[in-house]
Design a protein around this ligand. Structure first.
Ligand SMILES: Nc1ncnc2c1ncn2[C@@H]1O[C@H](COP(=O)(O)OP(=O)(O)OP(=O)(O)O)[C@@H](O)[C@H]1O
Ligand SMILES: [Mg+2]
Length: 219
């Protein structure tokens, strides 16, 4: 009880709007901790975190929740869908707090499902879908709030490589065609290659930050 452990050290990262960044590193190196700060799910014990030119370091949990809902779409390894709610209900979730009329929430969510190719599945339950389809629902949900930034923690970790590649190509398309900033955590160099920039963390420190190299020899 009461023990503390420093996880991240001297982290200095600046990510520009429109980038596609992979954060890579061994298990326990601090990737998720770093992502939790970037995602305004956690605040650092020292230092500053600015999101869209606003210092969010000192915000309360409620204020952080508003910042998250406004700016960020989240995609997780295990999809995090509500199993007993329809696909459409799941996608509509982030719009609950936006004060939009129901008709607008429905039409916007349908449009997102169309974008991920699941327009014919809106009444399905997540349990009736394959892993890749579930992740596409999760991406539609992330997009519904029209975020400028998508954070994905091991988004293909629960998918076979074919479905995983499909999701990664979809991220590339969102980044290229809609200018959405994507920050993705992964263990695997082959997945990081879909990004333009690689940040490699080891023992809580950045040991590489630059264009994705040809191979992972230097990491
Ligand atoms: N809630 C917690 N309480 C105590 N230690 C924690 C907690 N969360 C993370 N840690 C520790 O912080 C370090 C970094 O964890 P983090 O989850 O950021 O790593 P990671 O790079 O995401 O690992 P993985 O690849 O396994 O997901 C690890 O040593 C971990 O044991
Ligand atoms: Mg992690």
């Amino acid at each position: 009880m009461g023990g503390t452990q420093q996880v991240l050290f001297d982290i200095n990262i600046s990510i520009k709007s429109g980038e596609f960044v992979a954060i890579m590193g061994p298990s326990g190196s601090g990737k998720s901790t770093c992502m939790n700060i970037i995602g305004a799910l956690d605040t650092p014990t020292s230092g500053v975190y600015e999101l869209y030119d606003r210092d969010v370091t000192g915000l309360t949990a409620d204020e952080l929740a508003i910042v998250r809902n406004e700016h960020i779409g989240f995609v997780f390894q295990q999809f995090n869908l509500l199993p007993k709610r329809s696909v459409l209900d799941n996608v509509m979730l982030p719009l609950m707090y936006r004060g939009l009329p129901m008709s607008e929430r429905v039409s916007r969510s349908r449009e997102m499902l169309r974008r991920v190719g699941l327009e014919n599945f809106e009444t399905y339950l997540p349990t009736q879908l394959s892993g890749g389809m579930k992740q596409r629902v999760a991406i539609a949900r992330a997009l519904a709030g029209q975020p400028k930034l998508i954070l994905a923690d091991e988004p293909t970790g629960a998918l076979d490589s074919k479905m995983g590649n499909e999701i990664l190509r979809f991220f590339q398309q969102l980044n290229r065609d809609m200018g959405i900033t994507i920050i993705m955590i992964t263990h695997e160099f082959d997945i990081a290659k879909y990004a333009h920039r690689l940040i490699h963390i080891r023992d809580g420190r950045i040991n590489y930050d630059g264009p994705v190299p040809k191979n992972d020899d230097a990491l």
